[in-house]
Design a protein around this ligand. Structure first.
Ligand code: SF4
Length: 327
């Protein structure tokens, strides 16, 4: 691990000022990704600003739903009664991630900021445009079984790792941030970026901006939501394919739909075309299969990950069947 300075504060304005004022500074919350990457020498911040004492650890009811502080643990959010009742996909996504010990440490803000599990990124030596811009991408011609079939570029095909972020997009969540220029809100769907020419840039945050909260709005769609994750083993494993689905069904007809994929794309992947296919239809197996095919229509497999296309389609059909039933 490289040498670094450490400081802590309970004042969000001071934390933002300290990180914004030093290009090599970063926030430290649960540390479940950052400290691993520092030990691997993939990340080497010069200054860690510990924000664990900043008062951002409450889940509060709002007029329309919930405001979740960025320092709430993944465990506390997953088991919160209102989350389980009104936003089940979020609870399911959180409980499918990591291990109980990690969920106790990991925060909501940190979950959004976690880095890819691409092994070439984490080995610290392979060509990797995300770790070292301009060095190349070892995964394109290497072993790419866990990599993305949607949203990749000729610079990077790393999959986005978060389960929670996939559910947040399906639930139309909003991310609140505070930075040197003040506060702003981002739709969860706009928070993560496609790799394009700059895979080293993963989120829409500017340096020094601190995630302060997630806002969730209650809706019939959110109540009828579900997260299904398929992986190599049943626990402590990242998704090979996952689906966050939400349906509103009135008088036997789908009136609104959300379908967001994880494990197969470079960011939480909202399948707009598939959602359009679902709306106005009865929830039948044939409709779910058509939506699943539409969701993967533009998928581009690489040498070892072609299996993900059918796996994702089956995951979608099963998740939709769980929330939609059959007409
Ligand atoms: Fe790096 Fe992305 Fe290529 Fe993995 S897929 S080696 S993260 S550039």
């Amino acid at each position: 691990m490289n040498p670094f300075a450490y400081t802590r504060t309970d004042d969000p304005a001071a934390a933002v000022k300290q990180v914004a004022g030093d290009p090599k500074a970063t926030f430290l919350a649960g540390g479940t990704t950052l400290l691993d990457l520092m030990k691997l020498r993939v990340e080497s911040p010069a200054l860690l600003v510990d924000i664990n004492a900043v008062p951002l650890n409450k889940i509060e009811a709002t007029d329309g739903g919930l405001r979740v502080g960025a320092l709430v643990s993944n465990t506390d959010l997953a088991y919160h009664a209102a989350v389980r009742k009104d936003f089940p996909a979020l609870s399911e996504a959180l409980l499918s991630g990591a291990s109980p010990q990690l969920r106790n440490m990991a925060t909501v803000g940190g979950n959004l900021m976690q880095r890819t599990r691409c092994y070439y990124y984490r080995d610290g030596i392979s060509p990797c445009n995300k770790r070292q811009p301009g060095s190349g991408c070892a995964a394109l011609e290497g072993f790419n079984r866990i990599h993305a079939v949607l949203g990749g570029s000729d610079q990077c095909i790393a999959t986005h790792p978060s389960d929670m972020a996939v559910a947040l997009v399906a639930l139309d969540a909003v991310v609140k941030v505070r930075g040197p220029k003040g506060e702003r809100s981002l739709k969860a769907a706009d928070f993560h970026l496609l790799p394009g020419e700059h895979p080293e840039r993963e989120t829409a945050l500017e340096h020094g901006e601190l995630i302060t909260a997630i806002e969730l709005t209650r809706a019939p769609l959110a109540t009828r939501s579900h997260y299904l994750k398929v992986r190599d083993r049943a626990s402590f494993e990242f998704a090979l394919a996952s689906a966050a689905v939400a349906l509103e069904v009135k008088e036997g007809v789908i009136t609104a739909a959300r379908l967001v994929l994880g494990g197969v794309a470079t960011k939480p992947w909202r399948a707009f075309e598939a959602e359009k296919l679902l709306v106005g239809q009865k929830p039948t197996a044939a409709v779910f299969v058509a939506a699943a095919k539409a969701a993967l229509k533009d998928a581009k497999p690489h040498k070892h990950n072609g299996f993900k296309i059918e796996l994702a389609q089956r995951t979608i059909v099963r998740a939709l069947t769980t929330v939609g039933g059959m007409a």
